[in-house]
Write a protein that binds this ligand. Structure first.
Ligand SMILES: [Fe+2]
Length: 290
């Protein structure tokens, strides 16, 4: 514990020092510690693709990611988030990993279920593992919480989502850092010609996903860098989010892949966010107009 405090104090002064060097100063420190982590940026995007079936035109997918529940992201904040998600009237809800910051130290895990259970989406609620869900012996706890909350956790598998006889496919893989991701297995049995979405906590796996014909990949993990330095960019890019760390990317291939990297909601290591506001994202599927 003492060791951790030391490291935390060290990181704190390092970040404080870095912000000072770039002229952000005490006001910026206060902002990054107290203000920005509590903001919420609701991003809305249209995803148009010729393979999206007519029955899915206008389907709303809400993605939330990286809550890192703990002292930095209390349950009250999760409750407000859940109200916001429901107010967006999603057809489908995606959680892209990192529920609790340190599962083995989180003593109010039982209180998460009623909040997540209250999320409504007629096409279903789906989740995947993030590195923090496996870390701290969290693997079974995370699965249980998500099961009891009505989320289906996809681990190297896929589901068909069907509306009036037309389907799209949603696959999910295990976490790249602490799990055993298998993109090939996750795509098993998906018919050719179907619209395929992949959920991967780690964005950089998009370079492998392109080999398996996915059209759209939803990721988190990067926190958008969590702290950005003006004219420099993200201070920290974690492993598997070094190449792709925020927003949209198009990965060229036989079947081009659209990757979206969500900045997530919480914080890890230190409770700071700067120029990387917490994000909630709404995607609307559309049939292209021409
Ligand atoms: Fe995370």
């Amino acid at each position: 514990m003492a060791k951790k405090q030391t490291r935390r104090t060290f990181l704190k002064s390092l970040i404080g020092g870095t912000l000072a060097v770039f002229g952000i100063g005490a006001g910026g420190y206060f902002y990054a510690r107290e203000i920005e982590p509590n903001l919420l940026d609701v991003q809305t995007h249209i995803i148009a693709h010729s393979l999206i079936p007519g029955q899915f035109d206008g389907t709303r997918i809400v993605q939330f990611s990286d809550t890192h529940l703990g002292f930095q992201y209390p349950l009250e904040q999760l409750k407000r988030l859940a109200q916001k998600i429901n107010s967006l009237k999603p057809d489908m809800i995606i959680f892209s990993g990192d529920l609790m910051d340190e599962p083995n130290k989180y003593d109010t895990a039982h209180a998460i279920v009623p909040i997540l259970k209250g999320l409504h989406a007629p096409l279903g609620k789906f989740s995947i593992y993030g590195n923090h869900d496996h870390g701290g012996y969290g693997t079974n706890l995370y699965k249980t919480i998500m099961d009891e909350s009505g989320f289906q956790t996809l681990v190297n598998e896929n589901v068909a989502l069907t509306r009036n006889g037309q389907s799209i496919y949603l696959a999910g893989i295990d976490d790249a850092m602490l799990g055993k991701p298998d993109i090939k297995a996750s795509a098993n049995g998906i018919p050719t010609g179907a619209y395929k979405i992949l959920l991967s906590h780690a964005p950089d796996l998009a370079d492998d996903a392109i080999e398996h014909g996915f059209h759209f990949q939803l990721s988190g993990h990067s926190h958008g860098g969590q702290i950005k330095i003006p004219f420099f960019g993200a201070l920290v890019k974690p492993p598997f989010a070094e190449k792709y760390h925020e927003g949209f990317y198009t990965i060229a291939g036989e079947v081009p892949l659209t990757l979206y990297v969500n900045r997530g909601l919480g914080t890890t290591r230190l409770p700071f966010r700067f120029m990387s506001k917490p994000e909630l994202t709404v995607f609307t599927l559309k049939i292209p107009t021409e």
